[in-house]
Every structure is written in C-alpha cells, then in structure tokens.
Design a protein around this ligand. Sequence first.
Ligand SMILES: *Cc1c(COP(=O)(O)O)cnc(C)c1O
Length: 387
Amino acid sequence: MAFNLTERLNQRRVGQLLRQRLLLDSPQQPLLQVDGKALLSFCSNDYLGLANHPEVIAALQEGAKTWGTGGGASHLVSGHSRVHQELEEALADFCGRERALLFSSGYAANLAAICALVGRGDSVLQDRLNHASLIDGALLSGARFARYQHGDLTSLEQHLERISGDCLIVTDGVFSMDGDLAPLPQIAQIAQRKNAWLMVDDAHGFGVLGETGGGSVQHFALKPNDVPVLIGTLGKAFGTAGAFIAGSDELIECLIQFARPYIYSTASPPALAAATLKSLQLLQLERWRREHLGTLIARFRQGAADLGLPLLPSQTPIQPLLTGSSERALHLARLLRSRGILVPAIRPPTVPQGQARLRVTLSAAHNTMQLEQLLSALAECWGKLSD
Ligand SMILES: *Cc1c(COP(=O)(O)O)cnc(C)c1O
C-alpha cells in the first residue's frame, strides 16, 4: 500500500469513508459558526461548557502574562514551571492519588503509560472498543496483546487464563463511541485476583460522572488500589487541553524516568496549566453543570424513545443513534444539517463494520430549547431515511 496515495484515497471515497474537516469561525459552544452559517452543534466533548468560559479564559490570559506562551523545553530539561507543579498536585488531590503527571495530550499519556509499564515478555489485555491511542500504545510496547469482548468479564477471564507473567488490563472508563461504562468494580476484582494491574482511561468520565466530577472511579466508589493507573484528559470536560496520569508516587516516578513520550516532548504552555487549574475548580464546585447535563440526558432519551429511535444503553452525554450503514449515517447527518443541526456521522474504522451511527453529544452549555430543536429535527428526518 505504501505510496499509492491516489489508490488509497479513492478506496476511501468509494466506500463513503472519506473524512472532511469543518471550518469553524467561533469558539466551542452550542451555536457554531461553520462555513459562514450558524449551526446548532451536538458534536463537542466540551461536556460542561468550560471550553469558552470567561473565568477560564481570564486565567489563560493572566497565565500568559505571568508565564509567556511557550513551554520552552521538556519537563526534565527546563520546562517544568511552578504552575505545572501546582496543577499536578491539584489533580492528584482531585483523584485521591499520591501524585499526578501532566502530558500534552491523552494520546501521548496513553502511549507513555503502557510502554513504561509493559514490554517484551509481558501482556496487555484490552476491551475491544478501547480508544485507538490505547491500542497503539499496546502495539508500540512490544508486549503480547489481546483484546477481550466489549465489557465481557467471561471473555476477560478466558484471556487471563492463558497468560503467565505480568499483565496490564486496560479499559476506557466511558466508551467514547457508545457512551456506556466499563464494569470497573468487577474488572478490578478480577485483576486483583489474577495479580494483574488495571489501567483506566477516563477521558469521558472526568467532570461528568461522580459527585464532584471525579469520574468513573468516583461513580463506582473504587479505591486507588483497584485502579492503580488512572488517565484523565483535559480537552473534554475540563475545556482546555492535555492529559494526566494519576497513581502512586512510585508509578509517577517511573513514568518520569522511563516514559519516552514524556521525556522527549516539550512541556505544554504553563499558561494552559493556569487555565486548567481554574477549570478544575469550576468543574468541582459548579455542580449545577452536572445536574443540568443529567436533565438533558434524561430528556433526550425519553424523547428519542418516544420517537422509536435506536438508542444504545448509555447514561452519559454520549448518545449514539445506530444507523447501520455509512450511507444512512451520512444521509441522516445531511438531513439534520439542512435543518441547521450539526451531529457527526461516525463510520468505520472508528466503529465496527455495520455499526455506523450518529454520535449525539450533549453539553451543560445546551439549553432545553436547543434539545427540543434536536428532537423535533430527528422526528422529521428519521422517517426520510432510506433503508
Ligand atoms: C479523546 C481521547 C483520548 C485522546 O486524548 P487527547 O487529549 O485528545 O489526545 C484518549 N482516550 C480516550 C478514551 C479519548 O476519548
């Protein structure tokens, strides 16, 4: 396949799988300016509406005045500022862990964690629907790699039977394309019984689940020992950018010493850490954001059920509507867009063949009227879909 670019692009085009980027002229918010038109968006992972919050913006501006714009060097050389340190300590506190370590992206954090923990001769077991960065981390690590059926404890145990030596079990907390939760209490039990380590990527859980937004681990009231390696990302509910790994002092020290994506990458701008400190505060204190989001989720599910739409069993702001074929997903997305509503069609290879869908995401920034607009547009458009 190497270098035959035309052929590869054509294959994508023929399969209706070619992707295109939207061009935005507005910040992340429910009403987006796209190609000169206002569209009501249900696309963003800005679950709490913090990506364009005046206090977070002010913190970023203040941060830039104090710290400038660039990270300058890697953390191990001269890029580790006091405000990075403060954010790491605040995130560790927030997660109830000894320490936390900042990364510039969730993708890098996942590569780092897996590659630092396992290598040749070890094993990694992952849920089949895990995020691509987790899969890539496992491949890069050189460890033996297997995937168990989605959320399936029996399948997980069967795989574990065949493994000797160190094993890392890795799962999303909330699955990014389905919105469902991993059965973490049961997985944690199995892991402990088998002497395996459990790593949870809670990119879509933090801020959204749990009393104070502590994510899946807080939702299930799990202890640090249950999930020794915890990943959070900052570009979703936190409304900024970057990611963190939280765990024991020893785990974090190992990552600092051995994780190549950490060692060989420039520190993110310190001003960004200042902004994230503010959004971490808001995320914990402003419970109304989670409550309002909960109301929107319940109303959407009720409304969609009344229309007979094929919902997946998700309690989170990720509410996919299964369409089956990519064509149907694209058709529905186009019909909605012609009514001023933006919902992305998600197609293979992001989801399995035959499971294309519209991925509706809700945000605390939506009001109830906007949600009713979505439901009435779905009522009109769903019937117009061809089989
Ligand atoms: C978005 C996401 C990531 C990647 O995080 P970035 O900070 O966007 O690189 C990792 N894991 C999951 C489950 C995600 O949804």
